[in-house]
Design a protein around this ligand. Structure first.
Ligand code: GDP
Ligand code: MG
Length: 471
């Protein structure tokens, strides 16, 4: 570590990173792609992986985890590759981190710190931010020299001896009390957020059909996201402040656009103290209309991953129901999104037999390869996904005469955008009648948002003078 540079942050944006691991007999990793997950995580955090180093040991070395000779090798590797950060595939104690930093002259992160850094950068909602800060209070801050400054700023009150503190008993006690105080503030805040959030999500979903991508890290979510939405604009930050940061227009053709959301994703063996903040980031995805569950079929743990994803989603929806019941605001329960299984990386399978077994067990799944193909779309399976989402977003398509007051330009605009307008008539004073082919689900969404329009053949929603059924 450069002289005088303090470990005040674990942010690794845009840095060149070496990934490293000590593999113990009980370590779990994918032998076919040992650093696959850590590399995907590192890139998610914004850094670039430029090298890797592994040591096999029966047990970790006490002060440094890695052997001293190997650490020397690591320092040389970082120098040669001009890397400024080393990221370990497992957790380390603060003491070990500090020793490895000295030995390598690089900033060192362990796996939990990296994951927490990603959660922190991707947590866009107030609730998710609070969950992340709670986890940081438990995990990160005790490892940062800047912790005390931070706590003083947010909790107020300056304990004695700032900047000159040693590990004195009295100091530790003060610090613990500051952490406790902050935790209670955060937990109270969290409790008041839920009702407001429900309203926000409800109004957003009416205007926008949203599709969430979930699955384990390294399953190919970002690849699929990029391929499907290539050229699509990022969603308005304010509008989607309640969604995960990576939401983009997905053009399904025929004037039909939906919103696609990439998520942080599940992490193998997620450390216990990070579970709550992970769930907070995932919870946003549960408000989608459809969830695409992406599975890396070439991963030997694919079956287990699928079970974990379903079980976690089940729990999250149970929690949503509990919150709704507690709020008791008389609104209909939020519908659960449909789950669609995408079997990814089929190009990596050696033979078809494996895929056939998967398809037998999951007949509704869509086999895909998320890599971009020669035509810019998915290498395989793109059309099937598109058809499925198009049908879901539209509902049953019917040709209808819809009469809308001219003052409601938003609804007129939406119907023009979502349906195929065949005719326009101005027979009704102050209103336009659009003859359009449009999905019934789309009209339902508009109605539930409070749009006032009538459809020929339907009962008028809210009869008013001057406009109504076209007869
Ligand atoms: P995420 O963590 O779920 O967002 O996964 P990424 O989209 O970052 O993909 C992880 C790795 O898998 C990257 O190296 C991708 O290039 C690779 N990948 C994704 N989809 C496919 C696929 O269909 N076939 C192959 N062979 N590799 C893929
Ligand atoms: Mg990703």
């Amino acid at each position: 570590m450069a002289a005088g540079r303090e470990r005040t942050t674990i942010d690794v944006k845009a840095e060149r990173a070496v990934v490293a691991a000590v593999r113990l007999p009980e370590s779990r990793f994918d032998p076919a792609d040992p650093f696959g997950e850590l590399t995907a995580l590192t890139e998610q955090a914004g850094a670039q992986v430029v090298g890797e180093l592994v040591q096999r040991l029966d047990r970790p070395i006490a002060g440094t985890y890695m052997g001293v000779g190997k650490l020397d090798e690591l320092r040389g590797l970082c120098e040669r590759l001009d890397a400024s950060v080393v990221i370990f595939d497992h957790d380390l104690s603060p003491k070990q981190i500090s020793n490895i930093e000295k030995a390598t002259n690089c900033k060192v992160l362990d796996r939990s710190e990296l994951i927490l850094d990603i959660f922190a950068s991707r947590a866009t909602t107030h609730a998710a931010k609070i969950q992340v800060e709670l986890a940081q209070l438990e995990y990160t801050y005790p490892r940062l020299r800047a912790m005390w400054d931070h706590l003083e700023r947010i909790v107020g009150g300056s304990p004695a001896g700032v900047g000159t503190r040693g590990p004195g008993e009295q100091q530790l006690e003060t610090d613990r009390r500051l952490v406790q105080k902050r935790k209670i503030i955060l937990q109270n805040e969290l409790a008041t957020i839920q009702a407001r959030k429900r309203r926000e999500v409800r109004s957003r979903n009416v205007d926008h059909f949203t599709v969430g991508l979930v699955g384990y890290t390294n399953a190919g979510k970002s690849t699929l996201f990029n391929t499907l939405t290539a050229g699509g604009a990022y969603a308005d930050d304010r509008l989607f402040a309640t969604l995960m940061t990576r939401t983009r227009d997905w053009d399904l053709g025929g004037g039909l656009k939906v919103m696609l959301s990439d998520t942080v994703g599940f992490v193998r063996d997620l450390p216990h103290n990070l579970v709550a903040s992970f769930r907070a980031t995932l919870e946003e995805a549960t408000h989608a209309d459809v969830l695409l569950i992406l599975l890396d079929l070439s991963d030997p743990a694919a079956e287990m991953h699928l079970e974990t994803v379903h079980a976690t989603l089940d729990e999250l929806f149970k929690e949503v129901r509990r919150v709704e019941k507690r709020l008791g605001d008389g609104q209909a329960p939020t519908p659960e999104p449909r789950r669609v299984l995408l079997l990814n990386k089929i190009d990596r399978l050696e033979d078809n037999a494996e895929l056939l077994v998967w398809m037998q067990n999951h007949p509704d799944a869509i086999p895909v390869s998320a890599l971009p193909g020669p035509d810019g779309g998915l290498l395989q399976g793109g059309l099937a996904i598109q058809d499925l989402i198009r049908d879901a977003a539209r509902g049953e398509v019917r040709e209808l005469a819809i009469t809308i007051p001219l003052t409601d330009s938003k609804t007129i605009h939406t119907i023009e955008n979502r349906g195929e307008v065949l005719d326009r008539a101005y027979d009704t004073p102050g209103a336009v009648t659009l003859t359009a082919r449009i999905g019934t689900r789309q009209l339902d969404q508009l109605r539930s948002a409070g749009a006032k329009f009538t459809v020929a053949g339907d009962q008028p929603q809210t009869p008013r003078d001057g406009w109504g059924l076209r007869t």
